[in-house]
Design a binder for this molecule. Structure first.
Ligand SMILES: C[S@@+](CC[C@H](N)C(=O)[O-])C[C@H]1O[C@@H](n2cnc3c(N)ncnc32)[C@H](O)[C@@H]1O
Length: 497
């Protein structure tokens, strides 16, 4: 069942690199017990054996007895044993190989050093039955604040966060250390990952239940080197120590033109906040709060989300066969690149602009072409995934989209590019022939406004050059969460009126 959970194997060169970076090989020779808790095909133990051979160090049975692999997929460890036999002519001791689920099954031994690359996958993408098995562990590790949130909100939590907390808490001896390749979202992700950043795990020590602190010691973020091919997420490697409270700032290295440049990382405001990365601590003098007066209806939002049905709702040319009042101009990157306000795309929103509510089927039936169009797309629209959307579909409204409410039809929007950018350029948009401009999913974020004066006021305040500085410090430049609503909300001090 778990054949494919987060399998991104570490290339041999990079397993060796991490081992050398932190002198793990020398620690092994000095007697340390080392374990890869999600070992895959054993890239790390194999790298240890390769380094031994390069250095002319004998692979004794005593040394092998201090290397352990835990892995859930039997064929991976079989491959490892075969490789060791073929390349080194030795039988890797079966007693050092554990084919088990490191999260749900107990493991009796404790180690001095953990090394590896935990599975990279979103909780939401795991098989349903396995998700149910893991839920209590997510709760136990405080990765979700309550049971309700586990069901709905935490699908973006990376399973790496859970594996890491579990193995740091249960598999290390007192003051043990761990070295891992990881997605950087653990340190910079909003909401879903703040539970990881309480720097505490509910583990065991000497077989006895114990809350254990863990501290991130050093991080190396890869910004240009491709350690893992075909991986879109941003990643790093990090050193952890258990039984030590987290202290800030943390030494944070980033690649620049083939060199590692040292920065300092520390939480944005509260201890569990995403980190802010600065070159020197004087940069922290930037004001972290930019005051903007907004009403409760004006919280920053993402654009409209078709939940995988773009081909049905979004058009390159305004379709003359659908009623005009349900077609809205869709914001595209050309508006920033070419400074043009000519629509390049259109989106169908079968909604009431006054209330932001979807049309009922009776109402849709009054527009014959709209009814036929939606009916033809019915099957695709009904099979869309997503908890919130499913609720609407189950109630019968299978033509709904996410991110549509009265705010989507506000007469003005202060809107900016929120995804993968490194500049922050809000613009004010209104309508084309009375149809309000709409943002496109996570690409755009906006603040709805009900007067032009208010929109201009907010745009001017958002042009504060400290905002892109802070967004860069929050490690968003070029990444998917560059200026998403959650981040902007952290930076802006909203005073309601
Ligand atoms: C990202 S791969 C890394 C493998 C290896 N450490 C490496 O660096 O090449 C993660 C591995 O964890 C395994 N895995 C996933 N969930 C697991 C679990 N609950 N317990 C043990 N292993 C697991 C996967 O099968 C996969 O082989």
């Amino acid at each position: 069942m778990n054949e494919h959970i987060g399998q991104v194997f570490t290339p041999p060169k990079w397993a060796e690199w991490l081992i050398n970076k932190w002198n793990i090989f020398d620690a092994w020779l000095d007697g340390a017990h080392i374990c890869d808790p999600t070992a895959g095909q054993g890239a790390f133990p194999l790298a240890m054996l390769h380094i031994a051979r390069q250095k002319g160090v004998r692979i004794t049975s005593e040394r092998l007895s201090r290397l352990t692999l835990i892995e859930i997929v039997p064929s991976h460890i079989e491959r490892f044993s075969e490789n060791v036999k073929r390349e080194f002519g030795v039988d890797f001791p079966a007693s050092q190989i554990f084919c088990q689920d490191v999260i749900t099954e107990a493991h009796k031994k404790e180690y001095d050093i953990l090394v590896g690359n935990p599975p990279w996958a979103n909780f939401g993408d795991l098989p349903t039955a396995y998700k149910a098995r893991l839920k209590p562990f997510f709760l136990q590790e405080e990765l979700v604040p309550d049971r309700q949130k586990t069901l709905l909100g935490s699908s973006r939590t990376d399973i790496a966060a859970l594996v890491l907390k579990v193995v740091l808490g249960r598999l290390l001896k007192r003051n043990g250390v761990g070295y891992f390749y990881l997605p950087t979202s653990l340190f910079f992700g909003d909401g879903a990952h703040s539970g990881f950043r309480n720097y505490r795990t509910k583990g065991t020590l000497n077989g006895v239940n114990a809350y254990r602190d863990f501290a991130v010691d050093t991080v190396y973020e890869f910004t240009s080197t491709k350690v893992f091919e075909r991986v879109g997420t941003s990643y790093c490697c990090a050193k952890f120590q258990v039984d030590k409270p987290q202290e800030f700032p943390i030494s944070y290295f980033r690649e620049l033109d083939g060199e590692w440049i040292e920065y300092k990382a520390l939480p944005f405001k509260n201890p569990t906040d995403p980190w802010r990365v600065v070159q020197n601590l004087d940069d922290l003098n930037t004001n972290t709060m930019i005051d903007i007066r907004l009403t409760s209806e004006q919280k920053p939002r993402q654009g409209v989300n078709t939940c995988g049905a773009n081909s049905i709702f979004i058009f390159d040319h305004k379709p003359s066969y659908l009623p005009e009042q349900f077609l809205y101009p869709l914001v595209t990157k050309e508006m920033w690149r070419q400074n043009t306000l000519l629509p390049h795309k259109w989106i169908l929103l079968p909604y009431h602009p006054q209330t932001g509510k979807p049309l009922t089927w009776d109402e849709i039936e009054q527009w014959k072409t709209l009814k036929v169009y939606l009916q033809n797309a019915q099957e695709v629209l009904k099979s869309r995934k997503g908890t919130f959307l499913r609720t609407a579909i189950n109630k019968g409204s299978w033509w709904v989209l996410l991110g549509v409410g009265s705010y989507a039809f506000a007469p003005f929007k202060v809107i900016w590019q929120a995804y993968g950018k490194s500049d922050f350029t809000p613009i004010v948009l209104s309508n084309i022939d009375g149809q309000m401009w709409q943002g496109n999913q996570a690409m755009h974020a906006f603040i709805p406004c009900w007067t032009e004066t208010d929109a201009q006021r907010i745009k001017t305040l958002l042009e504060n050059p400290e905002i892109p500085t802070l967004l860069r410090q929050l490690n968003g430049a070029g990444k998917c969460n560059w200026a998403q609503p959650g981040k902007i909300k952290k930076i802006l001090a909203f005073s309601g009126s």
